[in-house]
Write a protein that binds this ligand. Structure first.
Ligand code: ZN
Length: 294
């Protein structure tokens, strides 16, 4: 058994290592990699194969929980600010360790299934409520929501506020993973394939009413094309053609302007191979009006 200090230090080191990989461009984690996770020389699996919860024997409380996907590819993300997690059947020690995670407010990892055997990671997440009668735990998906406590006791306006505050951030890891996969890790405008320079951009911004975190509202764009798209210096027609702002086309500058932007004018957007993953023409049309009016 680790001491509470050792256990917390290990959790924080795991978060740091996951974050380091994400900063390096990694956007999803495979089952194999999570089951063979190393902290230096120490092998510490982050998941338990075949089960939705990981309770290391040397840990006083739960390290991670995970969801599964039913189909091979779930298009709609349904992550909410608070996630319900049912008591495990048949193994009461799992429930005891999750109860302890609630009492101790231990930081956990929540692995959200993107495809079969592939996950986006949310961390730290916390158990904020335990209902032994309904046999369900409530997990908050964002650290800032932890202090709201049990969401069932919140007035509706506060709960709505909590959901709104974290919505975009919650969707981001899974959204990025799905968009990168659909676009085969390549900028839809210039085909750049360096994943740490690629973003998952929204066609309709996530904070807006019609903004949704589906692949069809996404585009894999490199940093420069993402910024140009967000500032309406680059537009994409509903027919998947790239347009560059008129004023920008007339400017004279170095190679980034010429090759990186002006040469993209009239180029066909590289869309995902799978038809169901391609950008929504309706969303593109709405967004293109804004570009054209600019
Ligand atoms: Zn690009």
């Amino acid at each position: 058994m680790y001491s509470p200090e050792q256990e917390l230090a290990l959790r924080l080191e795991i978060f740091r290592l996951l974050e380091e990989r994400e900063v390096g461009g990694q956007y999803e984690f495979s089952r194999d990699e999570l089951a063979n996770f190393y902290i230096g020389e120490l092998r510490l699996p982050l998941i338990d194969r075949g089960r939705g919860i990981r309770n290391p024997a040397e840990f006083s409380s739960t390290l991670s929980i995970m969801t599964t996907v039913d189909g091979p590819y779930a298009d709609v993300l349904d992550t909410a600010a608070f996630v319900k997690y049912d008591y495990r059947a048949g193994n009461s020690s799992d429930n005891v360790k999750l109860q302890r995670a609630h009492q101790l407010q231990a930081p956990l990892i929540y692995f959200e299934a993107i495809r079969t055997g592939v996950y986006a990671a949310h961390y730290p997440v916390y158990v904020v409520a335990d209902d032994p009668v309904a046999r369900v735990f409530t997990i908050t998906m964002d650290e800032s929501l932890r202090f709201f406590g049990d969401p069932t006791t919140l007035p509706p306006d506060q709960r709505a506020y909590a959901e709104r505050t974290v919505r975009a951030r919650l969707h981001q890891p899974a959204f990025r993973a799905k968009v990168m996969h659909a676009y085969a890790e390549s900028c839809a405008v210039c085909s750049l394939k360096h994943v740490s320079l690629l973003d998952a951009a929204h066609i309709i911004p996530d904070g807006e009413r019609d903004g949704f975190a589906r692949v069809t509202n996404g585009l894999a764009l490199c940093k420069i094309h993402h910024a140009a798209y967000d500032r309406d210096l680059l537009g994409i027609t509903p027919d998947y053609i790239v347009r560059i702002d008129h004023a920008l086309l007339d400017e004279v500058d170095g190679p980034m302007l010429r090759h990186g932007l002006q040469d993209m004018h009239g180029r066909a957007l590289a869309v995902p191979r799978r038809a169901a993953d391609r950008p929504s023409r309706e969303a593109l049309a709405t967004r293109f009006e804004q570009f054209a009016a600019y």
